[in-house]
Design a protein around this ligand. Structure first.
Ligand code: PAN
Ligand code: ZN
Length: 183
């Protein structure tokens, strides 16, 4: 029997996923209206400023029992003193869990339960993060270089952005005296 190529490549150093069934999505500041606390600073910035990109391998999107795999690239930057971050979400099917792992850079993973109780984990190269179901999650880049984070989650999890869009997270990660603080 001949060994088959999968047609998909993963570079563990850069997190790059390429080949078959790989797609890329990009978020600029213009997609993040209302997410940052300092609305004046937000308005003074170029709306085309890139905030993050996600490469995703989706062999079977939406299928119960399937898995999705992706790498998030979060640019360094701040809106006022609040670091660049992802929108953050609960999963649409609430009980769906997810793994994150640090590939490059330094950042924070903000986790919040449905009562608004938050916890923040430090993300570094090699750190592994288990995100249980019913927990909203957001990545924050606390460094001045790119934060690269891998993820694997159930195909049918879906993304509920609305809850965070309306209520936000109960904590924010900001820079104070050159260091990240959670407020
Ligand atoms: C990740 C996130 C990715 C982008 O793949 O989707 O980091 O963040 P937002 O989806 O909050 O914009 C994941 O958690 N998937 O479930
Ligand atoms: Zn998720």
């Amino acid at each position: 029997m001949k060994l088959m190529e999968t047609g998909v490549l993963y570079n563990p150093q850069s997190g790059k996923v390429s080949g078959k069934n790989v797609s890329k999505s990009s978020r600029q500041l213009k997609h993040m209206e209302g997410y940052y606390e300092d609305t004046e600073a937000f308005r003074s910035m170029d709306p085309e400023t890139p905030v993050y990109e996600v490469l995703m391998h989706a062999q079977e999107e939406g299928n119960e029992g399937g898995l999705l795999f992706g790498t998030s690239y979060l640019f360094p930057g701040k809106v006022g003193n609040e670091y660049f971050m992802t929108k953050g979400h609960f999963h649409e099917i609430k009980n769906r869990a997810e793994y994150y792992w640090g590939i490059q850079g330094e950042g924070a993973l903000v986790l919040m339960d449905e009562k608004g109780e938050a916890k923040v984990e430090k993300v570094t190269q090699g750190s592994l993060h288990y995100i249980p179901g019913h927990i909203a999650h957001r990545l924050v880049n606390t460094s001045d270089s790119m934060l690269v984070v891998g993820a694997c989650w159930p195909s049918d999890a879906g993304h509920d952005y609305g809850t965070i869009e309306e209520n936000g997270f109960s904590v924010r990660v900001k820079e104070e005296d050159g260091k990240p603080v959670v407020k």
